[in-house]
Design a protein around this ligand. Structure first.
Ligand code: MN
Ligand code: MN
Length: 468
């Protein structure tokens, strides 16, 4: 009997997919490497809460590593490390490989914008001796989650004389924070009858910013006046300057370990900083000259559909690859056609509290490694790029041979909802592209959760890909 069982176990090992928790497949020092990596990632999360702050932090790191800002036509050689900064909201970095560029590049793409509350262009108003900001939410968020949490304010204001003022308030322990209010349950009888998506409405997402009037009985809007006076003294700005401003309200809290075992990280903006940071670090840590030219793009505007000149539907990535190709006397289109891309974005993790939205055989789980997703899309794969079996085979075999723990999964049950990534826009350039990313709990919430092991496995996946 025991012999027979042993044979069945052997056969299972040989024939079944490996679906064990990564903890069983790693030794203690490998798990420690994941935990150590998480410390660096948490620091990045706290300093880079917006796309502009991510670009600033990344450009500083690139310059420290000897990357130079690239100007088209300036000449390139094997081993050169370069970057371009697209309007302080997106960045591309590259390492010129030893193989001719026409053999294709290794491209990693992730986004550095996250759902949040943007201020409108006429944001400030006073109502019943309270000063508030009007907002227009950015990206797909559940509006009720953004009430009654501390918010910080980040961004830039361009003044009438052209001077650009950087704002970051609510992050320092001594800073004040801001907040969207919500109704007390005692008086929410009518509100509670609304649907969840309608419970808090877009025009209800008003941020409270002050309550003390300017001391002058004769004037109206004295609270608004008092706030504008404070802002003038601090930043030298007046009300019309908000017209030429980009101010983003984001959760004020910092990244923290989650769980008694500290196995997870809770933070604002894992989507998609968990992939942006890991892809960026993999590029930065690639000290040897890679075989193929490595290009890593950290883009903006994914959460609103990738349109606009800092989103991946614009031509800025294509222009960059064309410029690189021209340096070596090659056509951009030939280079792109020979290239491979990991489109790095988060996936939905199975949530034990909400199992009904997932198909258990084909979804991502925390602690089962980086998730490789052949196709995305919704309602019959609409909007997908669907990586070819051949390219999936290439990526899968690479990750397996380098012992990167990975899993495959799609975003929820068929016809339950779904979503897309930038993969389709890159694949449309005739680049072999596949989605790779970290499973996230509570995606798009102010406080999202990822596993430290999965985060590190994403880093390892990008590392082995760019060296392939
Ligand atoms: Mn994303
Ligand atoms: Mn997203």
């Amino acid at each position: 009997m025991s012999e027979e069982k042993k044979l069945s176990e052997q056969l299972k090992e040989k024939l079944f997919s490996q679906k064990k928790n990564a903890v069983y497949r790693m030794n203690d020092s490998e798990i420690k490497a994941c935990d150590d990596f998480a410390e660096d990632y948490k620091k990045f999360l706290d300093i880079a809460k917006t796309e502009r702050e991510a670009v600033k932090a990344m450009v500083e790191e690139l310059q420290k590593k000897g990357y130079r800002e690239y100007k088209a036509g300036s000449g390139l050689r094997t081993g050169d490390r370069i970057y371009i900064n697209n309007r302080d909201k997106a960045v591309i970095c590259a390492v010129i490989g030893s193989e001719p560029i026409e053999t294709g590049i290794r491209l990693c793409a992730a986004h550095i914008d996250s759902p949040r509350l943007d201020l409108k262009q006429n944001p400030i108003y006073e109502d019943t001796e309270t000063a508030l900001f009007k907002t227009h939410y950015y990206g797909g968020l559940k509006k009720y989650q953004w009430t009654t949490i501390p918010l910080s304010l980040h961004g830039v204001i361009v003044k009438s004389d052209g001077e650009k003022v950087t704002v970051r308030i609510g992050e320092d322990d001594n800073d004040p924070v801001f907040c969207v209010t919500d109704l007390l349950p005692h008086l929410a009888t009518e509100q509670s009858k609304r649907t969840l998506s309608d419970g808090v409405r877009g025009e209800d997402l008003n941020i409270i910013i002050g309550s003390r009037p300017f001391k002058d009985d004769e004037t109206s809007e004295a609270v608004k006046l008092n706030i504008l006076n404070i802002l003038f003294e601090k930043y030298g700005i007046t009300e019309p300057d908000f017209i030429s401003a980009e101010l983003e309200a984001v959760p004020a809290f910092k990244a923290k370990d989650v769980g008694f075992d500290r196995s997870m990280i809770g933070s604002y903006g894992h989507d998609d900083r968990v992939c942006a940071y890991t892809a960026f670090r993999a590029t930065l840590d690639c000290d040897e000259i890679p075989k193929h030219t490595v290009v890593t793009v950290l883009t903006d505007k994914e959460e609103t559909g990738s349109d606009g000149n800092t989103g991946l539907c614009s031509a800025y990535l294509k222009y960059f690859i064309e410029d690189l190709s021209a340096e070596f006397g090659q056509n951009g289109r030939a280079v792109m056609s020979a290239s491979q891309c990991l489109s790095a974005d988060v996936n939905a993790a199975f949530d034990p509290t909400y199992p009904e939205v997932m198909e258990r055989h084909n979804c991502a789980y925390i602690n089962k490694g980086v998730c490789v997703t052949k196709y995305t899309g919704a309602r019959g794969k609409s909007g997908t790029s669907d990586a070819s079996a051949e390219f999936v085979g290439t990526v899968r075999n690479l990750l397996d041979s380098e012992k990167v723990i990975c899993q495959t999964g799609e975003l929820g049950k068929v016809d339950m909802g779904g979503g897309g990534t930038v993969a389709a826009y890159i694949a449309n350039l005739n680049i072999d592209t596949i989605d790779v990313g970290v499973p996230v709990l509570s995606m798009h919430a102010p406080f999202e959760i990822v596993s430290k092991i999965d985060t590190y496995m994403a880093y390892r996946a990008f590392s082995v890909f760019i060296k392939s």
